[in-house]
Design a protein. Sequence first.
Length: 431
Amino acid sequence: MTRKTLILGQTLSFTADPFQVALEDAVRHETRGGILIEDGMIVAVGPADDLRAAHKGVEITDMGGALLTAGFVDAHAHYPQTAIIASWGKRLIDWLNTYTFPEETRFADPAYAAEIAARYFDLTLSNGTTTVCSFCTIHPESVEAFFSEAQKRGLRAVAGKTCMDRNAPEALRDTARSAYDDSKALLQRWHRSGRLGYAITPRFSPTSTPAQLEAMGALWAEFPDCPMQTHLSEQTDEIVWVSELFPDARDYLDTYETHGLIGPGALFGHAIHLTDREKARLKDADAGLIHCPTSNSFIGSGLFDMHGLQQDGYRIGLATDTGGGSSFSMLRTMAAAYEIGQLNGSALHPAQLYWLATAGSARALRLDTWIGNLAPGLEADIIALDLASTPAIAQRAARAEDLWEALFPTIMMGDDRAIAGVWISGDPLEI
Ligand code: GUN
Ligand code: ZN
């Protein structure tokens, strides 16, 4: 028997990309709207009265004035860094060596990996994030823990074993061969298992030998429908280090490119300090660029050129980069993207910020035929936002004259208290 439910509230959905078309053509907002769900899928979105009239007797959840949207999609995170988020005072390489690598070493223990995976999903779901694309550690156990937990919760999720065979502590080094073999076995076990996807994951060029990058490229060529995620041009001293490690490379991107690690499913985290050649090649490949704004300010990496790259039509997602990023919240992440835009001379509209955190990230991950929007045919991963979740937000929202003025205080000042409801494949979560 099919199961039908109707969730009522304000609804916000996108009919197009608000970076590319005028706002009125990109956004659909119903002040009294509804989402009809059947067997975990969205079957209709529209005015509440019309849906009620057309579907009499259906089970109704009325969220009042809360804003119903797609769940957030975090396009780049490191779930194993959950316990070391907000560690003080280092820049990238120092931060990796001081905090990250010692913590990642602990994931050889499956029980610890399982504990952190559960904690991570508790935190992301309570912040309204319904899909993440995460790095794991070099340990296959860390991948098992991530996918087992995501599967238990029915989540759409993407992750991969992080591969490193140099410039990391011995306990965190694999080899070109074992990285290939382990990644392949994990991929064959988890990729397209229900809602899960496997991402081939060389950490970044400094921690992979050319032989390992070559092995990752060969694996990707065998399984081209998998995404491939890594880091690119995050900090200037990192770029200098890459040029020393790869003296023949034309630039940072070339270290991936010469090993078959560029193409439509590529996801490059950060991508801040790009040369013109790199930009042209990334555009040509239709690769995904993932903006990690809280991380970029927290670790002092630099200002991502959202405006310029959007104008040139890149495929861009938004991400927390937990725990280099300083928050699990995609609201806080949108706020940081706004602030970095301002420092770069362009104010991102709330619709653009919200699009990045949902449909844009889903598109970057090439999951937009499944998630990231409220539209018939998509999976019913939905959140309800309370637009007056704290006294400070409520008093500003009370003055709002339109949806954007009502939503922007929550984007700028909101946190997990703003998440009034989460549904995974149409089923409500206890949060
Ligand atoms: N570059 C390589 N590894 C990492 C990581 O774990 N976090 C961030 N922010 N950058 C990286
Ligand atoms: Zn990262």
